[in-house]
Write a protein of this length. Structure first.
Length: 320
């Protein structure tokens, strides 16, 4: 089978399309024929060797995918060959024609969702759900700022927030991104490149600020976030690309909380609960993953360059 392989950490060009042996599932494992693989920013950090978790070389990147179960090992009870599934985590990587997964990493994909949409569920939707409902408990009627709403996690957060009865404010840096955020159901949309956009946010909330912020770029925004939180407000740091200075008094005066999260810390039980909620949303149509750009498998290096550029428009996916 064909797979992207990384033999040394480095720039996008270290990803090469190679022919490798077919995969065979062991007990408790599932082999999925991948039709589409999701591209996440974290895979660029892992490929570069700058992330806290470094896989043994050589490896195939990717943890998200959509496809069809090709074979199952003993003791697999949740799926069978021929089932349409999405993959949320993988033992062997998803930038490949075949991927080995534990059965806990494979979930049924409703007929209404395409394989590309399946590839957009794992990391982005699980992250948005975890941040909003497990790390903190967003309640209907609360006001949510999705700070960076045009990308994979952001579009998921807007849809989840809308479905849960929150008042959703989303930000994006381009005209196209803002139109997309509005289409996903945001009640208000802001331009995070404008110097006065947080003043606009305060106007929208009649000066009170927001109850909850999901933050995609904390190194730029955390200090500002604390100034637009309502009393007892919470910021959940999802993405950060460096250090940041804050004024702790902005948190103190509001009894505010700054929370962090990484999907790698989620227990198997919490993950089951997350995907049960996501499956319900995919089935009832409240969750509709948005595909931005698609590349062929051999275009993985281009996709990695693209995912780090500003001007997000949904999820970047590799067609396999
Ligand atoms: P993505 O699809 O590339 O989207 C990036 C988002 O960040 C876009 O909405 C982009 O908006 C926005 N952004 C750019 N400049 C911004 C600014 N100044 N203020 C606010 N937002 C800004 O990436 P993603 O998959 O959604 O992931 C978002 C971040 O979360 C990444 O850093 C990723 O590594 C991280 N993440 C963390 C976890 C975790 O477990 N903690 C899981 C998934 C992702 P425009 O392009 O419209 O400007």
């Amino acid at each position: 089978m064909k797979a992207i392989r990384v033999h040394e950490f480095g720039g996008p060009q270290v990803m090469k399309l190679e022919t490798v042996p077919d995969l065979k599932p062991a007990s408790g494992e599932v082999m999925v024929r991948i039709h589409a693989a999701g591209v996440n920013p974290v895979e660029t950090y892992i490929r570069a060797g700058t992330y806290a978790r470094k896989p043994a070389l050589p490896f195939t990147p990717g943890m998200d995918g959509g496809g069809v179960v090709a074979a199952v090992g003993d003791a697999v009870v949740n799926v069978k060959p021929g089932d349409r599934v999405y993959v949320a985590g993988s033992l062997s990587g998803t930038y490949a024609e075949q991927s080995l997964c534990t059965q806990a990493q494979v979930y049924r994909l409703p007929e209404a969702a395409s394989f590309a949409q399946g590839a957009a569920v794992g990391v982005p939707y699980a992250t948005a759900y975890r941040a909003m409902f497990q790390i903190t408990r967003a309640a209907p009627g609360e006001t949510l700022l999705v700070h960076g709403a045009s990308g994979g996690v952001g579009t998921a957060a807007v849809q989840l927030g809308r479905a849960a009865g929150l008042i959703v404010i989303g930000s994006a840096g381009t005209e196209k991104g803002r139109a997309l955020v509005a289409e996903q159901g945001a009640h208000f949309v802001l331009d995070h490149t404008r110097p006065d956009y947080l003043e606009e946010l305060l106007k929208i909330t009649a000066g009170r600020g927001v109850d909850l912020i999901l933050e995609m770029l904390a190194n730029q925004n955390l200090g500002k976030d604390l100034t637009v939180l309502a009393p007892k407000g919470r910021v959940v740091v999802i993405g950060s690309r460096g250090p940041v200075e804050i004024n702790p008094r902005d948190a103190m005066s509001r009894d505010a909380a700054i929370l962090g999260m990484t999907l790698f810390n989620v227990t198997e039980a919490d993950m089951r609960s997350i995907h049960a909620a996501l499956a319900a949303g995919l089935e009832n149509g409240s969750l509709r993953p948005v595909i931005g750009k698609q590349f062929p498998l051999a275009g993985a290096p281009l996709a990695h360059e693209e995912v780090m550029k500003p001007g997000a428009g949904g999820k970047i996916v590799l067609e396999v």
